[in-house]
Write a protein that binds this ligand. Sequence first.
Ligand code: SAH
Length: 259
Amino acid sequence: MSGHETPSATQPAQHNRRRVLTWLVGAAAVALAAVWVAQRGLNDMDWAARRRQMVDEQIKDRGIKDERVLKAMHKVPRHEFVPEDYRSAAYQDRPLPIGLGQTISQPYIVALMTEAVTPKAGQRVLEVGAGSGYQAAVLAELGTEVYTIELLAKLAEQAQENLKRVGYKKVKVKAGDGYLGWPDAAPFDAIVVTCGAEHVPAPLFEQLKPGGKMVIPVGKTPDQVLYLITKGPNGERQERELAPVRFVPLRRAADVKDK
Ligand code: SAH
C-alpha cells in the first residue's frame, strides 16, 4: 500500500515544483527581454548622443553650415557602416578600416564633400568608391537619387548590404571601375569621388550636367588636394581647391588582383 501512497503523496509536491519552475523560467524570460529592450533603447540613445556630439564638435565647429548636411550627418547611423570591431570608434574624428585595405572617411570630410556639391532633393548623384556605403547614405538622406560604384566586388556587396539593412533601399550600387563613370545613368547633377585620382577622369567630367559639381581628391597618394570642379552652362570647367586630404588611391580594374 505504501508503494501506492508514496507516489500519490509526492504528486502535489512535484506539481508545485513544476509550477514554480515554469514561473521562474517565465519570470527570467520577461526579465531578460526587459534588459534587452532597455539596453537596445539605451544604446540607440547613446549612439544618437554620440552623433550629436560628432556633428557639433567635428563638423559645425569646423565651419560646415548647410543645415541639410548637418541633419543628414546626424541622422545616418555611421556605426552601422563600420565593421563590428570598430563600432565603438564609429563617431571618432578619424577614418576607420573597412576591410581590403580600404577606409570609411573621417566624418568631417564626408560633410565637407557633401556640402561642396550641395545636391538638391530629386537630383541625381554619382559616387565613385562606395566603400562601406556611408557617404552614399548621407547623400540619399538629402533626398537625392544615388548611384555608387565600387571597384572591389566584396566591398560593393558589403555596401549594398549595409544600405539595405539601414533602410536606404533605393541607392543603386554597382561593382566596377568608377573611372569610367556610369554612362547609362548619366548625366549627373553632382559627382563625389571618394578615392584619390592622379587627374580628373575625362569620363566623369563628361557625365556631369552643365551647371553640375564634382568633388574629387587629386594628387599622388597619400597626399592629395580636394578640388571642387564645376561645369559651366556651356561646358566650361572651373576648379577650386578646398582642402589638403588623404584618400586611398583610385585604382583601375587592371591594377587590382584582390577583386
Ligand atoms: N565612400 C566610402 C569610402 C571610400 S574608400 C565610404 O563612405 O565608406 C575609397 C573606395 O574607393 C575604396 O573602397 C576603393 O576600393 C574604391 N575605389 C578605388 N578605385 C576605384 C575605382 N576605380 N572605381 C570605384 N571604386 C574605386
